[in-house]
Design a protein around this ligand. Structure first.
Ligand code: GLU
Length: 443
């Protein structure tokens, strides 16, 4: 089958799933030659099977708001691929959540988890529930209702959810409490747990730390580093928070944060107490970054993206398709060296083309933001051992994993003096899963 015919077939089977098709398209473009040159993969229809989730769960989530009114949301869990380990991936609570969004995230997770070198399959889930403006009690009741269906499908050796946008330590706590009550079992069924009940040190910071460790490896290939560099970051949630900390540690200066409302520009750099203030912004459930501008008296640009500021390094840490063609051109024109994705698929395909054509260092989220799920894998190991590693031990393992992912990307993506990290990540991630599927027969 020709590549275009394959893609047309996937598109016909998945109408109105543009984000999922975007993610499939990118992987297929990278791995097609490897796929074609391996008759065993083709005979076993590995790629045809890989784009089909093993199981999709979709369920009703009824709950009652503080006024006593009944609300109904939709819950999902995509159990995409379990060839190399239990399904693993976060839960997203956001009004933009659809089947397409979660299938794209679940598909990406297969390759990301494979790159971590840890035994984790790919999964993702969530709901169109909007946490914005909700009280703590409403969030608890929603999480309890969500878990009262999800509990029968997951388990520490089956499917291990975690956080993503809108799901942090508080939500994981409520979800875990309900799981434990229904199953009467204290197990490592979720990651991102609190430190007193099975969580891992460094897990909250891990995605952002990992992204900066990865960017640092990319910079090293050009004899560069974060020291003295100006860094533009988008988002203000969990990933951005970890990234800001690590950039500061490595001597860089972060000048932007963004939210759905626009972005702030802090010329003096976001450091010290300002980093703690990011946690307050998230806990407020207001979902706006303008509060930072008021608190620290810095400019706020409503409805705009931070990619128009002059920076050496850009770390998109907010959400999918948040950096478009025009943004990419702005970054190139302003002399940006390196774009490393902390979020999942934040650059549009057109933006990626511009960055790669201009030979800017560019790495996709499935490689660069894998530190979060990798540390979830370390949390699972600690739960199985019934033991906790120290902060230094976890951080060292995370750092080593990010270096290893970088090496895999270079090995499969080197093209003359340029590294195509998209190709490197996709091919390296694909090979391990494809070989495992081959070993396990047609299932
Ligand atoms: N949601 C995160 C991701 O996109 C983490 C998933 C996990 O820890 O399972 O990789």
């Amino acid at each position: 089958m020709e590549k275009q015919a394959f893609l047309d077939d996937v598109a016909a089977k998945n109408p109105a799933q543009s984000e999922f098709l975007q993610a499939v398209h990118e992987v297929v473009e990278s791995v097609w030659d490897v796929y074609q040159s391996n008759p065993r993969f083709k005979e076993a229809k590995i790629l045809e099977r890989m784009v089909e989730p093993e199981r999709v769960l979709m369920f009703r989530v009824p709950w009652t708001n503080d006024k006593g009114e009944v609300q109904v949301n939709r819950g999902y869990r995509i159990e995409f691929n379990s060839a190399i380990g239990p399904y693993k991936g976060g839960l997203r609570f956001h009004p933009s959540v659809t089947l397409s969004i979660l299938k794209f995230l679940g598909f990406e997770q297969i390759f990301k988890n494979s790159l971590t070198t840890l035994p984790m399959g790919g999964g993702k889930g969530g709901s169109d529930f909007n946490p914005k403006g909700k009280s703590d009690n409403e969030i608890m009741r929603f999480c309890q209702s969500f878990m009262s269906e999800l509990f029968r499908h997951i388990g520490p050796n089956t499917d291990v959810p975690a956080g993503d946008i809108g799901v942090g330590g508080r939500e994981v706590g409520y979800l875990y409490g309900m799981y434990k009550k229904l199953r009467n079992e204290f197990t490592g069924v979720l990651t991102g747990k609190g430190l007193n009940w099975g969580g891992s040190l460094i897990r909250p910071e891990a995605t952002g730390f990992g992204t900066v460790y990865f960017a640092d490896e990319m910079l090293k290939t050009k004899n560069e580093s974060f020291a003295g560099k100006t860094v533009a970051i988008s988002g203000f949630g969990n990933v951005a928070w970890g990234a800001v900390q690590k950039v500061n540690e490595l001597g860089g200066k972060v000048v932007t944060l963004s939210g759905p409302d626009g972005y702030i520009y802090d010329e003096d750099g976001i450091s010290g107490d300002k980093i703690d203030y990011m946690l307050e912004m998230r806990a407020s459930n207001r979902d706006v970054v303008e509060d930072y501008a008021e608190e620290y008296d810095v400019p706020f640009y409503e409805g705009r993206h931070p990619w128009e500021v002059k920076c050496d390094i850009a770390l998109p840490c907010a959400t999918e398709n948040e950096l478009n063609e025009k943004d990419a051109q702005n970054l190139v024109d302003n002399g940006c060296l390196c774009v490393t994705e902390g979020a999942n698929m934040p650059c549009t395909p057109e933006a990626i083309k511009i960055l790669q054509r201009n030979k800017i260092l560019y790495a996709p989220g499935k490689a660069a933001n894998a530190g979060g799920v990798a540390t979830s894998g370390l949390e699972m190991s600690q739960n199985s051992l019934r033991f906790n590693w120290s902060r230094e031990e976890v951080d060292e393992k995370l750092h080593q994993i990010m270096k290893n992912i970088h090496e895999q990307c270079v090995r499969y993506g080197k093209d003359g003096d340029y590294v195509d990290y998209v190709k490197g990540a996709n091919v390296a991630g694909f090979m391990k899963v494809a070989n495992a599927m081959l070993d396990q027969g047609v299932v």
